[in-house]
Ligand binder design. Structure first.
Ligand SMILES: CC(C)(COP(=O)(O)OP(=O)(O)OC[C@H]1O[C@@H](n2cnc3c(N)ncnc32)[C@H](O)[C@@H]1OP(=O)(O)O)[C@@H](O)C(=O)NCCC(=O)NCCS
Length: 169
């Protein structure tokens, strides 16, 4: 398997990201939130990294890492400091289930926990996205609670630094 690389997402990725998200498999997995790519990709706030995963120079996936306590819409509500929250997806259906998501998560988690102040990482897959639940559980994430964000019923998963260090990918 070829190695993945990450680069920062650019405004010029907006159309590709929007087209990826309009695919039925991603609408089903992620819901139909409007990520406002053209607006958001032109900003680089300190509390967020938006990244494109590339395979042999070709974009295949997207990942976002935020500090949920500092994120300006307070999507996660009142949140303790020193956490990170992730969103991840592969945009090309033929590349699902081949280990690329696992590689992306390994890189993302190393990036999160490289900051020694970070205590843990949160995820909020839709309650209906059972494939994602299995994927995250395999990586050591633990189910915390069911929670409704906007209109989406989600499962909250958490990986503490201690569990990350125990089960390092
Ligand atoms: C969730 C997602 C990122 C996982 O990435 P992925 O590349 O599909 O997942 P992986 O291939 O790394 O691992 C998933 C499965 O493939 C298997 N796998 C791992 N390496 C593999 C390889 N080299 N070849 C074949 N299968 C492999 C894993 O064992 C796992 O098997 P499982 O069915 O028993 O769980 C991806 O499926 C995706 O983008 N889904 C749609 C969007 C989504 O749901 N995002 C999450 C929102 S919270």
């Amino acid at each position: 398997m070829s190695a993945l690389q990450f680069r920062l997402a650019e405004l010029s990725d907006a159309d590709m990201l929007q087209a990826w998200q309009q695919q039925p498999f991603l609408q089903q997995a992620l819901g139909d939130d409007d990520w406002q790519w053209h607006t958001e990709l032109s900003k680089r706030p300190a509390w967020r990294e938006q990244l494109i995963a590339e395979l042999d120079g070709q974009p295949i996936g997207f990942m976002e890492i935020i500090d949920p306590a500092l994120e300006e819409s307070h999507y996660w509500g009142a949140c303790e400091p020193n956490l990170r929250a992730l969103d991840i997806w592969i945009g090309i259906p033929a590349l699902l289930g081949q280990g690329y998501g696992t590689q992306m998560m390994a890189i993302a988690l190393a990036r999160c926990f490289a900051d020694k102040s970070v205590k843990g990482v949160l995820l909020d897959p839709l309650a209906s996205n059972t494939k994602a639940h299995r994927f995250y559980e395999k990586l050591g994430f633990e189910f915390q609670t069911q929670r409704t964000f906007d209109d989406d019923v989600c499962y909250v998963y958490y990986l503490s630094r201690a569990n990350y260090e125990k089960s390092r990918l």
